[in-house]
Ligand binder design. Structure first.
Ligand SMILES: [Zn+2]
Ligand SMILES: [Zn+2]
Length: 344
């Protein structure tokens, strides 16, 4: 059996084990083997590695859900891609449930994700069903575009479909990491007046460069919601929480004007205390946002191709697969925007 190098997640609080395992083989007619070129590191991975968030497939498991690659081999019934195509891997949806049929496949009842329900892309090869593949336009760089399928698509969905940012809306983005920084970019492109909130100056500087009209360093002000309300003249129309911290969700709620909306983009396993009376009396809205729609990729590619949306500013470090544990150490420090592992 052919072998490949992969980083294996075996148990919580242990480093990933970089080793040789069997290279996946086509089993179903609709399987595709993708040769991974690069894969982004995500805080979701740290949830599994550091915090014991359970994965659907029990370890040992190959993590990594943000890859780009080249189609290496296809099953006999695959028609949407051919060998040699440059691809991104989106979520694996069923196409048949209530949500899929109502255009909301991102909350598919049988949603599967590589690096969680099945082996992911911190490996030389990954096997997926053909339907989740998206062809990458020639104009976009293969390696750097790996971050699109999660860190770019999810914020696009959040800004456009969930937060519904409009011209002149005040938008506070809490957390300017890999996802938050792109909420800043998309909200700015959608015509929002963005206030970026973070605790790191270099992230806030990048937020400014990518369109924020104001920045707040949460470590340097006494009361973050008050500061945001001051800048926006009474509270933002929309607050986007991109960290996944219950206290920050509460801050976002407090920074939002009456009748405004909080969009929760960050994943938290704890619940925030919420002022239910204000929710009702002041007609507050709270909405969640997860992943995105495959139908949005074409528009996203066009916005990148035309230079309106910047992916080139997102990747702050690159590691070979052998050094993936060092890459996660850097992610833990919280200073990076997006870190990728490169397979060659
Ligand atoms: Zn992710
Ligand atoms: Zn479905």
């Amino acid at each position: 059996m052919a072998k490949m190098k992969a980083a294996i997640f075996k148990e919580t609080n242990k480093p990933l084990e970089v080793t040789e395992i069997d290279k996946p083989v086509i089993e179903e007619d609709e399987d595709v083997i993708v040769k991974v070129v690069a894969c982004g590191l995500c805080h979701t991975d740290l949830g599994y590695i550091d915090y014991g968030v359970p994965t659907f497939k029990k370890p040992p498991l190959v993590l990594g859900h943000e890859p780009s690659g080249i189609v290496e081999e296809i099953g006999s019934k695959v028609t949407n891609v051919k060998v040699g195509d440059r691809v991104l891997i989106g979520p694996i949806t069923c196409g048949n449930c209530f949500y899929c049929r109502n255009g909301r496949e991102n909350i598919c009842q049988s949603m599967m994700m590589i690096g969680n329900n099945l082996d992911g892309a911190f490996a030389e090869y990954v096997k997926v069903p053909a339907r989740c593949l998206v062809k990458l336009p020639e104009e976009l760089p293969l390696k750097e575009s790996c971050v699109i399928s999660d860190a770019v698509v999810s914020p696009y969905h959040a800004v456009k479909r969930r937060a519904k940012v409009g011209l002149g809306d005040w938008v506070a983005v809490f957390g300017c990491g890999g996802v938050g920084i792109n909420c800043v970019q998309w909200a700015n492109l959608a015509g929002g007046l963005v206030i970026a909130v973070d605790i790191m100056d270099h992230k806030l500087q990048l937020a400014k460069e990518l369109g924020a009209v104001a920045i707040v360093n949460a470590k340097k002000v006494e009361n973050v919601p008050k500061e945001v309300r001051k800048i926006s003249g009474g509270g933002v129309d929309i607050a986007m929480e991109c960290i996944g911290n219950p206290d920050v969700i509460t801050q976002a709620f407090d920074a939002t004007r009456d009748g405004g909306k909080v969009c929760v983009v960050g994943y938290s396993f704890k619940s925030p205390p919420l002022k239910a009376a204000r929710l009702m009396y002041r007609e507050m809205e709270i909405t969640g946002s997860i992943a995105g729609l495959v139908s949005d990729y074409e528009r996203i590619f066009n916005l990148i191709k035309t230079g309106k949306f910047r992916v080139d500013r997102l990747i702050t470090s690159r590691y070979p697969l052998d050094k993936i544990n060092e890459a996660f150490d850097e992610l833990r420090k919280g200073e990076a925007i997006r870190i990728i592992v490169e397979m060659e």
